[in-house]
Design a protein around this ligand. Sequence first.
Ligand code: PLP
Length: 379
Amino acid sequence: MGVPLLDLDAQYRPLRDEILAAITRVCDSQRFIMGPEVEALERELAALLGVPHAIAVSSGTDALLLALMALGIKAGDEVVTTTFSFFATAGAIVRAGARPVLVDIDPATFNIDPVQAVAAITPRTKAIMPVHLFGLAADLDPLMEAATRAGIAVVEDAAQAIGSTYKTRPLGAIGAFGCFSFFPSKNLGAFGDAGLLTATDPVLAERARLLRTHGMKPKYYHHLVGANFRMDAMQAAVLRVKAPHLAGWTDGRRANAARYRRLFHDAGLDAAITLPAEPSDRSHIFNQFVIRTPDRDALKQHLDQQGIGNEIYYPVPFHLQPCFADLGYRRGAFPHAERAAEESLAIPVYGELTAAQQEEVVAAIGQFVHGRVPASARR
Ligand SMILES: *Cc1c(COP(=O)(O)O)cnc(C)c1O
């Protein structure tokens, strides 16, 4: 039958009337940029996420760049980050003019290795940028302690981790800034590009708000050189309809992850396939459910043939990207990330996924591993 990696239509159908009414409201108002819809969204998301300051922006990528600009990061500065993430993390650092100082991952969580991150801090380091990859919090305590000691900021790339927690604290509310994305495939997706910057410090939050609209206050008086990082009212209106459903959708993803654990175990796949870790001191919101196997490329080919949606996140770590060749890293520099790039594969985990679809996914993987459909997954 086949199973898609993501089925946005299944999420949209039950909300269609409400979303179209919200879009109509914006059309009838003829106020398309910022304005009351965006202000209402900021208030609602600040409350929902448990963060003091929420600043709606044009994308997750722009949230990252805006955070670095608000911190005054510039040419000659260094920002410590993971080598294993979506491109925007390192891209934002370079666009701010700074140098990304890359660090390997903890192979159990795919997240930045805190020991190596702390060791990478130099007198030129201005920030540490951990990524809560796939929806699981990075180990923030050691990073926060080291950053406080060094007098530098932690900028959380929480693009994949909206609503997730670290030691019961909401992500985005721990570092100086939290950066979220509403790209349609994220857990809370807009109908286009949109993002959110959260801040813990009121002065930094105000600076970011100013930089979001060309450093302008009042109109046509410019104190800082910012950019256009504004959010559209249309995106805000859609997000306001969807945001109250986020917790329920997250529960669905978590339940699906738990069901996968049972199905993989029952199918006797524990030895062949490594499932994502869920350390007990943090929550995982499963923006992606990423499995590992040394035979990844062959498994991917098999799943493609069976019509099972899958994706490699991410095939090339930053230190091996052609555009970062001038940073001077070599193959072998970060062995855990390099192995993850060769072994990881995301499978469908979206909230509306049914038990039957999950059984089909596991049966296809079992067929690949055992050369047959395991009895427990046979229907
Ligand atoms: C999606 C994503 C971004 C960028 O968000 P956009 O809204 O697509 O610009 C940044 N970092 C990570 C880890 C992401 O997954």
